[in-house]
Design a protein around this ligand. Structure first.
Ligand code: AMP
Length: 170
């Protein structure tokens, strides 16, 4: 019988030498484990107090939308630039293995005042830090981060000024 921990597969030197890539997609092939994971991710208090979820491109969308369905919360997305139509706001940041930027649709953001961030994995904290700053610039409240995996040696949690609820510490 597989456990959630067994479904986080490690790919050495992907996408660059020296990176141990933790792949969460195997979870989706085990619906019972995926369901239990979503129930757990949907149960924390800061989600209950948030008006909406913001999930991060691209694996964050998988978990974010399931949590949105379970918790009956609206969800908006933070995507790589050039993917979202209409007016957007964008910020850049450093990744564990490169650089990136994220954009949010201004019209979606206007509708909600408090958010919980959802992503698949917390590494250095650069990605979630970028989304947090985008939201803070718009005077939004950020109640916490919900993530499947946290790479504890990278200490991303210490960079963030929000509570972190991670399902697996690696
Ligand atoms: P970070 O900004 O360093 O916290 O990186 C988190 C984001 O990059 C998440 O959206 C992950 O999908 C991705 N990521 C960073 N490092 C890894 C890794 N070692 N394995 C899998 N995904 C990663």
């Amino acid at each position: 019988m597989k456990k959630l921990e067994d479904l986080i597969l490690t790919y050495k030197d992907f996408p660059k030498k020296g990176i141990d890539f933790k792949d969460v997609l195997e979870i989706l092939q085990y619906p019972d484990i995926f369901r239990d994971l979503i129930l757990k991710m949907s149960s924390n208090q800061f989600l209950k107090n948030a008006e909406a979820i913001i999930s991060i491109d691209a694996r964050g969308f998988i978990f974010g939308s399931a949590i949105a369905l379970k918790s009956s919360k609206p969800m908006i997305v933070a995507r790589k630039p050039g993917k979202l139509p209409g007016q957007t706001i964008t910020r850049g940041y450093d990744l564990e293995y490169g650089k990136n930027s994220l954009s949010i649709q201004s019209n979606s953001l206007k509708k909600f005042n408090s958010f919980v961030i959802v992503d698949d994995l917390l590494a250095t904290g650069g990605t979630v830090g970028c989304v947090s700053r985008l939201l803070q610039d718009q005077k939004k409240e950020i109640l916490g981060l919900i993530t499947v995996v946290e790479l504890k040696e990278l200490k991303g949690r210490l960079k963030l000024e929000i509570p972190v609820d991670s399902m697996i510490l690696l």
